[in-house]
Design a protein around this ligand. Structure first.
Ligand code: SAH
Ligand code: SF4
Ligand code: F3S
Length: 467
């Protein structure tokens, strides 16, 4: 078996190819067959699932939301923390049960977990009912794997070496109004706690001309919003010769005049003054920045390999707030990293008190096999870590609510993208600053940008009306 070696992954230079799969004909074997897909993890995985769906439908499969009647169940997995792993194996238990009743049901596992050696071992030893395993670089190989006669787990996770081949990708997008656009794959940062560089490989940027072409096409199809996607978007282009920078890319995208441009995730280390200027200059670049802090302690930041200090981060934050009008900033924070003391944790709280984030995703450190941080000695009790998380969450929620309350009785532009699942008379959408608003209005307004008066504010959402 040709599996990526976790340590070797760091040394690899040429990584994953994205293949064209248009050469796979519609196949009678797949006619009338139904697939069910469940996606875990980040936007990268959500977007990969859009590609998997398009690929399956291009060869004859149809999507079903009812797992019980499906012929193929796909789990697109995440490996970022231990609980992601537990959720998947919990769900697989249900699949195994279904397969007992329906012998020809095919169970496939893909995504980041499928790129982990120990998970493959676990599947081969304990979960033999899984038919197909494919990695984040092998999505295109799924139809062929489905065609092959299956009588044992078919594993195809290693990437073939070569250049990124760009032929125009096919997606079954979840939304008609807001679209993800990959600008790069993988990550080169190797933060010591993080599994992503091992599961998704080294950074590979797409060519800017291909990105712009995709955005023009989306605009022509009526998309109002695009989100440039990558683990480290502002390192865009650094892996290619003669390619433009992320700021230049942002400016070119702004000039397509698509109505709303977003981007996730930016790394503080790659955040330039030029980027701030461009965001401030164009109205169609949304004033919303997700800027992961991870920790406020310089000692911990160093152990994490984050490449900035608390002071660097706060300086950058000040520049962003000063130059971009009404900007909202959100973050990611890890508590309980190995060697984090009460003092280190207080440094994190200090930065939170300084930045007063619009919202934050907070996590307890989860050791990932194969990463340097998993080898570090960790003496802190889980109970202490949980207490820190709770304290942090209380602070974060307090600022979210305060920031949201400031919007009461103001008018905000909202792109209405969905009908509320809780109340049929409401549409949901996001403000320019990425705040979720439930709007009481006519359903005909779906897909439009409206000026909404904010009538109520909670920590995680707003309510609004159209006057
Ligand atoms: N590329 C992005 C985020 C990737 S993962 C960035 O660099 O910011 C999303 C978040 O998960 C991270 O920002 C981090 O806060 C969290 N995370 C990643 N690995 C983790 C781990 N081993 N334990 C706990 N949280 C982790
Ligand atoms: Fe992981 Fe760091 Fe890369 Fe983000 S920048 S994906 S945290 S290695
Ligand atoms: Fe998870 Fe992979 Fe995304 S590990 S967070 S699905 S890049």
């Amino acid at each position: 078996m040709n599996l990526p070696n976790m340590i070797e992954a760091k040394k690899r230079t040429k990584i994953p190819v994205k293949y064209n799969y248009y050469n796979i004909d519609k196949n009678d074997n797949f006619k009338g067959k139904k697939y069910f897909i469940r996606t875990y993890g980040c936007q990268m995985n959500v977007h990969d699932s859009e590609e998997i769906k398009a690929l399956l439908e291009s060869v004859g499969y149809q999507e079903t939301l009812d797992m019980e009647t499906s012929d193929l169940i796909i789990l697109n997995t995440c490996a970022i923390r231990e609980n992601a792993h537990d959720k998947v194996f919990g769900f697989l238990g249900r699949c195994k049960h279904l397969k007992k009743e329906k012998k020809d049901l095919i169970i496939a596992l893909c995504g980041c977990m499928a790129q982990e050696e120990h998970v493959i071992d676990e599947i081969l030893n304990k979960h033999k009912y899984i038919d197909i395993v494919f990695g984040t670089h092998n999505i295109n190989e799924l139809p062929n794997m489905l065609l092959e006669k299956i009588n044992k787990t078919n594993i195809n996770v290693y990437s073939k070496e070569g250049e990124v081949i760009e032929v125009g990708n096919l997606y079954k997008r979840d939304s008609k109004y807001s679209a993800w656009v990959n600008i790069m794959y993988g990550c080169d940062k190797f933060c010591t706690y993080c599994i992503v560089p091992y599961t998704r490989g080294k950074q590979r940027s797409r060519k800017s001309k291909d990105i712009l072409k995709e955005i023009e096409e989306l605009k022509n199809k009526g998309y109002k919003e695009i989100t440039l996607l990558g683990q480290n978007v502002n390192a865009y282009g650094k892996d290619l010769e003669n390619e433009i920078t992320f700021s230049e890319l942002l400016e070119s995208v702004a000039k397509t005049n698509i109505e709303r441009i977003r981007f996730v995730t930016s790394h503080p280390w790659d955040f330039t003054d030029e980027m701030i200027e461009i965001i401030a200059k164009y109205d169609n670049i949304m004033p919303y920045i997700h800027l992961p802090l991870q920790s406020g302690s310089n000692k911990i930041l160093k152990l994490m390999g984050r490449r900035y200090t608390k002071e660097d981060y706060m300086n950058l934050f000040d520049k962003i707030k000063k130059q971009i009008k009404n900007v909202a900033v959100t973050t990611d924070i890890i508590v309980g990293f190995p060697n984090e003391t009460e003092e280190d944790f207080n440094d994190t709280l200090e930065v939170v008190n300084y930045c007063k984030y619009d919202s934050a995703f907070t996590f307890i450190f989860s050791p990932r096999i194969g990463t340097p941080a998993a080898q570090m000695e960790d003496k802190t009790d889980l109970k202490v870590k949980e207490q820190r998380l709770q304290k942090l969450n209380e602070l974060v929620n307090k600022y979210s609510l305060e920031n949201n309350k400031k919007l009461l009785n103001t008018r905000q532009k909202v792109l209405l993208t969905e009908i509320s699942t809780k109340d049929e008379n409401k549409l949901c959408g996001y403000t320019e600053t990425m705040k979720l608003v439930n709007v009481t209005c006519d359903k005909k307004l779906l897909g439009t940008i409206q000026l909404v008066k904010i009538t109520d504010a909670k920590s995680f959402s707003l309510e609004g009306i159209i006057e």
